[in-house]
Design a protein around this ligand. Structure first.
Ligand code: LRH
Ligand code: MN
Length: 424
């Protein structure tokens, strides 16, 4: 479904007065306004192909209507998001959930919507129909070299799909671990994982990255072989310059200081990208910024400081992706809220008075340090994000326009009430 330009213009026309009043108010105090708006306009977050339908838990799944039935409709939905917020210009595919039937047609459809292909994700955490060997006891760390070989070949096949689509990164997340003490030899499991990743690493093209995603637990409930940043960092260092860590915000133990982890991985040149979401308890995969917006701001505060220290381009220097699951909300509304929350946190980090903060830190003026950070966090930057979005051709209020235009109703009309999207 293509959104007509006039629909967005009409929506913005109704809101322009109120927007300009709020924009003038906040921008009056933003010293680096043009830089902030330029950076916000350039900042896009990739949409996970597996989160365009209703998610579920083991206790149930309450599907909404009009969900994408295939890869083509998933690309259309990301195109819709991008038309509304001009900040979702890429899709991250998960293989085998989204195997393209015709690479050329898939590339052309994506180009039609201005959508690129971000990292491709392998899947050795499920057994596929007709699969020779099971991943019940793991994949790259499995005791059986035949199972490891099967998993390595799958990852190499995923790279092949990515190359055909113009992707430049492979994300590897492994459910490999154990659920009972004694079940696993940790040394052998880690060494086998490293050797398997080394074989996959050899298949990477020169301009590709391998993003190693760590996770503390689930579905393994005693140990996870790549369970924290340290294990992912160690593997990335042993593998080589094309290997990096991937930080999924929901994959940490309670109260982990994620912004400090991000600061170190970035300083060491081994931070590859993010899976943004939020959580109260575990890997809840909730809307970004919906539970801990201050943490999201603090993470972007470290990113802006650390990326500037390395002279990295904010928009292209790291992999920016969402990884969420929508059990209750309309998937597209939830994704638009996540993109908005991420850009708000980024905008707040861009208006932090870095010189004043540096001076206060060097003087151990703890109170002043907090005052400076919270001045930025407590600034309502939404008009800045909206201004960047509008000048890029988007809607001033994407969620409201999605509703006003009755887009979900239209999708249900063309796809039906009971359609189910592949994914989690
Ligand atoms: C694992 C994870 C990983 C994906 C999966 C869909 O929890 O975060 O990134 O492969 O979700
Ligand atoms: Mn993830």
């Amino acid at each position: 479904m293509q959104l007509d330009r006039s629909v967005i213009d009409g929506h913005n026309q109704q809101r322009i007065k109120e927007h300009q009043r709020k924009f003038e108010f906040v921008s009056a105090d933003v010293a680096n306004l043009d830089e902030v708006l330029q950076k916000l306009t350039a900042f896009n977050i990739a949409i996970p192909s597996w989160a365009l339908g209703t998610g579920g838990t083991r206790f149930g799944r309450f599907s909404g209507g009009g969900e994408p039935r295939n890869l083509e409709e998933k690309i259309e939905d990301v195109g819709l998001l991008h038309a509304l917020n001009r900040s979702s210009g890429a899709i991250s595919l998960h293989i085998p959930w989204d195997i393209p039937k015709d690479y050329k047609a898939t590339r052309e459809l994506a180009a039609q919507y201005g959508i690129q292909f971000d990292a491709v994700n392998s899947n050795t955490f499920q057994d596929q129909p007709g699969q020779a060997l099971s991943y019940k006891f793991g994949s790259l760390h499995h005791v059986d070299p035949k199972v490891r070989k099967q998993a390595v070949e799958h990852n190499i096949e995923v790279i092949r799909h990515g190359v055909e689509l113009g992707s430049k990164a492979l994300t590897v997340w492994l459910a490999d671990g154990s659920s009972f003490p004694g079940q696993l030899n940790f040394r052998k499991a880690f060494q086998r994982t490293l050797e398997s990743l080394q074989e996959i690493y050899q298949a990477l093209h020169a301009d590709w990255k391998m993003l190693i995603e760590y996770k503390a637990f689930e579905p393994s409930f005693y140990s996870t072989t790549i369970g924290d940043w340290g294990q992912s960092f160690t593997l990335a260092n042993k593998l080589g310059p094309k290997a990096y860590t991937l930080v999924d915000l929901g994959h940490h133990l309670a109260n982990a200081n994620i912004e400090q982890i991000v600061s170190l991985l970035l300083m060491e040149g081994k931070l590859g990208g993010f899976h943004f979401n939020d959580s109260k308890y575990a890997d809840d995969d909730l809307t970004a910024g919906s539970i801990k917006p201050y943490q999201l701001f603090l993470i972007f505060n470290e990113l802006v400081e650390g990326m500037d220290a390395r002279g990295m381009d904010h928009a292209t220097g790291l992999g920016w992706m969402i990884d969420a699951s929508h059990n209750l909300k309309d998937p597209l509304e939830d994704l638009m809220q996540s993109v908005e929350a991420i850009k708000i946190a980024y905008a707040q980090a861009l208006i932090v008075d870095r010189d004043a903060l540096n001076t206060a830190q060097e003087q151990n003026d703890v109170t002043q340090c907090q005052e400076i950070l919270q001045q930025a966090f407590r600034t309502d930057v939404r008009p800045l994000v909206a201004q960047a979005r509008m000048t890029a051709g988007g809607a001033l209020d994407p969620v409201q326009l999605f509703r006003e235009a009755g887009i979900r109703k239209t999708l249900i009309g063309s796809r039906g009430e009971k359609t189910v999207a592949t994914g989690l």
